[in-house]
Design a protein. Structure first.
Length: 740
């Protein structure tokens, strides 16, 4: 019996069955975990998803069988890459509600994202279990060189045919209906949407009746942007829409009732740089997948944004955020749009908790209040904009926080932010700031409903932001009318009596009530969807190709309520949405240019950071036939010790350049000068530098040059990398040595 079992087991090992099971295990296991976590009712969409997982696993198993014949090490590399891909997709769906998209997968390679979120497994026990189980199956597999490939091929073919035979369902989110590889392949080969004539942006509309005492010239303005907070997290706001979500910000909800609380406030895109741009510049973010307008602005934007309007009116303008300013070009964008001072994590010495993202919310608010106190001693009015980071995955909360017993993850982080916001308002009230300051509390984007609701409701909730406005004159009440992020800048200048300088701003003022309905536009880049909402009670939702659109009706004031009625979308409605979407991407044509990648000439190498970002997150779109010219020269300076230095160039088509240097000491310098010719379009391009102190203290990174040039490549240019000069000078070695 034992001999028979051993013989049978050996036959299974050599047949390739175990290898096939090892590849199939991780996507199926993570899909089951997501279905349980999201509490979705299984349906046809999920059947399609499981078949798609099996099809992609069959294809990968085929490759693994072929690769393993050549090298066991190569087989293991493929297995680990497959496991990492499926886990990354799991985390992406768990916290962003959509499958892993190469357009946004760039963040997984960014040092801030990678160390702040990418390597932070939300369910480490699940990851460990899947890795051990699938790894054991892969290790036990011993396929012969002549192993028959048909089983894997048949599995891939049959399951792929079944998954393709089941049509995509508009009422279900895409991650339930396919593996990320198949879904991305479908997008890559989908027919283009063509172009339509871009629409014109509506002029500023200040014809409504004021609901607060205004104008109030020279009133101070404090704008607080809470990372990823949704209106669904305020219990009374959620109740207005028939939602009861376990993540609750009760202190914020109570505070908001003292001012004007906007219960249907829209965030107009996903990602911080897109939401902040809309808030600060009174403009739509890009409503299609494309380079963010914040990035495009650094490359040559001229629009006059809110900080510049207030600066020209005599205001002191200050921007502060918990994270590094170098990420997403904010060290350049904020000064360009009119902020006189920009403060990031490197200038925030105190923290109750600190991560690669930055400092915790309570520490940020305390240090922000100190800056506000300094501004109040001056003779100018001020505009202070503030962005938190603690409620961004993987969530930054001090270990000793006891204000959320039994809660973890997002719920605990929101509770901490809620408590910190309450403390900030206590200080503002006790110090008299609220007596002469317009305070606006909103969010940069919305994480929405992560679980417990139907797909359509969950998807729409990712554009459900919140706005609470506290005027010195004390007006309060609830506003159910729909407003959006791009309305905020116009609202501030309206309140301050500066509307004459608001020519480039768009939207309506939240401090006025309007009789006439209007259309508000927003999008979700993670889901590749674009929307138009008629404030009278209709919502049009289209995928970015505009071939699949649905129209829904909703009760006024209950845009985010579940179970809206669905109708067939009309052609003229779709055309109007396409025209506005096209308008949102015009006006940023690419031209020859050189871009400064960082404004600071010297960066302190922090002692408590394992992987400190120097600059990253540009995400430039590069047209085909362009030449990228990179010039970078840095030097380690300061005290004693050693540092680690990394520079690479990542893109939507993979890594274009990379160097990793260890043991750099004060006096050591590094320089890289190279060109990359790109015959194909790059959806995104990111140049990154990050450092870490490995020994000693007091080290600094002196930046002599850090520029990226874009120009038309010569007609005879060879594609790819051409090094112009590469040099590493170490004080302990002869100059001119190049890295291995």
């Amino acid at each position: 019996m034992a001999i028979t079992f051993r013989t049978g087991f050996e036959a299974v090992r050599k047949s390739g069955t175990l290898l096939l099971l090892s590849i199939l295990f991780s996507p199926i296991a993570f899909r089951i975990a997501l279905v349980r976590q999201k509490r979705v009712a299984l349906g046809v969409a999920d059947v399609r998803g499981f078949f798609s997982d099996a099809a992609m696993a069959g294809l990968v198993a085929l490759v693994a069988l072929l690769v393993s014949r050549v090298s066991k090490v190569a087989g293991w590399v493929l297995f680990v890459a497959w496991l990492v891909l499926n886990h990354a997709n799991f985390e992406h769906v768990a916290f962003l509600g959509s499958f892993l998209d190469p357009t946004y997968a760039s963040y997984l390679g960014d040092s801030t994202f990678l160390l702040g979120s990418g390597l932070a497994a939300s369910q480490p026990a699940l990851l460990a279990s899947v890795a051990v189980a699938s790894g054991a199956l892969f290790a036990l597999a011993r396929p012969r060189r002549d192993t028959w490939l048909a089983p894997a091929a048949v599995l891939a073919a049959v399951t792929l045919v079944v998954s393709l035979a089941l049509p995509l369902r508009d009422e279900n989110v895409l991650w339930r209906q396919g593996h990320c590889l198949q879904l991305n392949a479908g997008r890559a080969f989908a027919p283009g949407r063509g172009r339509v004539e871009p629409a014109k942006l509506p002029l500023p509309d200040l014809a409504g009746e004021p609901v607060v005492a205004m104008p109030r010239p020279r009133t101070n303005v404090l704008l607080v942007m809470l990372e990823s907070v949704s209106g669904a997290y305020l219990p009374s706001v959620a109740a207005d829409h028939g939602i009861d979500y376990p993540t609750k910000m009760r202190a914020f909800d109570t505070l908001a009732k003292r001012g004007l609380l906007f219960t249907s406030f829209l965030s107009q895109q996903r990602q911080t740089n897109r939401g902040e741009y809309a808030l600060l510049c009174g403009d739509h973010p890009r409503l299609l997948t494309a380079e963010a307008k914040m990035t495009a602005y650094v490359r040559g934007g001229t629009r006059k944004c809110l900080p510049a309007i207030l600066r020209d009116a005599g205001y002191e303008t200050v921007y502060m955020q918990a994270a590094s300013l170098a990420f997403m070009f904010k060290d350049q964008f904020m000064p360009r749009i009119g902020f006189g001072r920009s403060i990031g994590s490197s200038e925030l010495p105190r923290a109750y908790a600190r991560s690669e993202w930055g400092v915790d919310d309570r520490a940020l608010f305390e240090q922000a209040f100190e800056r506000i106190d300094e501004l109040r001693k001056g003779d100018k009015p001020w505009f202070f904009a503030l962005l938190t980071v603690g409620t961004h995955h993987p969530f930054l909360v001090p270990e000793g926080f006891d204000g959320a017993p039994g809660q973890k993850g997002q719920a605990r982080a929101m509770a901490y932010a809620d408590a910190a916001l309450g403390e900030l308002f206590e200080r503002l009230e006790q110090s008299g700031v609220l007596e002469d300051t317009l305070v606006l509390v909103t969010s940069d984007e919305s994480a929405g409903l992560l679980a417990g609701y139907d797909d359509l409701t969950a998807a729409l909730s990712q554009n459900w932001s919140v706005l609470a406005a506290f005027a010195p004159t004390g007006e309060s009440g609830r506003v159910a009318e729909i407003y959006a992020q791009s309305d905020l800048a116009l609202s501030v200048v309206d309140y301050l009596g500066l509307a004459e300088g608001a020519g480039e701003l768009t939207g309506r003022s939240v401090f006025r009530r309007y009789q006439q309905p209007r259309t508000v536009y927003f999008a979700n880049g993670y889901r590749r969807s674009t929307h138009a909402v008629e404030t009278s009670g209709e919502l049009l939702a289209c995928r970015e190709d505009f071939y699949r659109c649905t129209r829904r009706a909703f009760e006024p004031g209950r845009l985010f309520a579940p179970a809206s009625k669905r109708f067939v979308a009309e052609a003229d409605e779709i055309l109007a949405l396409r025209a506005m979407a096209e308008q949102s991407v015009v006006g940023f044509e690419q031209a020859d240019q050189r871009i400064e990648l960082i404004t600071d000439r010297e960066v302190e190498i922090l002692e408590d950071s394992k992987h400190q970002i120097v600059f990253a997150g540009q995400y430039l779109t590069v047209a085909p036939g362009m030449r990228i010219e990179m010039d970078l020269e840095v030097e380690i300076a300061g005290g004693e010790g050693e540092a680690r230095f990394t520079h690479d160039m990542e893109s939507s088509r993979g890594r274009l350049f990379g160097r990793w240097l260890h043991g750099l000491k004060p006096g050591d310098s590094v320089s890289f000068h190279y060109n990359i010719n790109t015959p194909e379009r790059l959806e995104w391009l990111e140049s990154r530098v990050f450092v870490a102190r490995t020994a000693g203290s007091g080290l600094r990174l002196k930046i002599k040059e850090a520029t990226l040039g874009l120009s038309k490549a010569p007609g005879d240019a060879k594609p790819g990398l051409q090094m112009r000069r590469e040099e590493v000078r170490r004080v302990s070695e002869k100059p001119g040595a190049s890295p291995p």
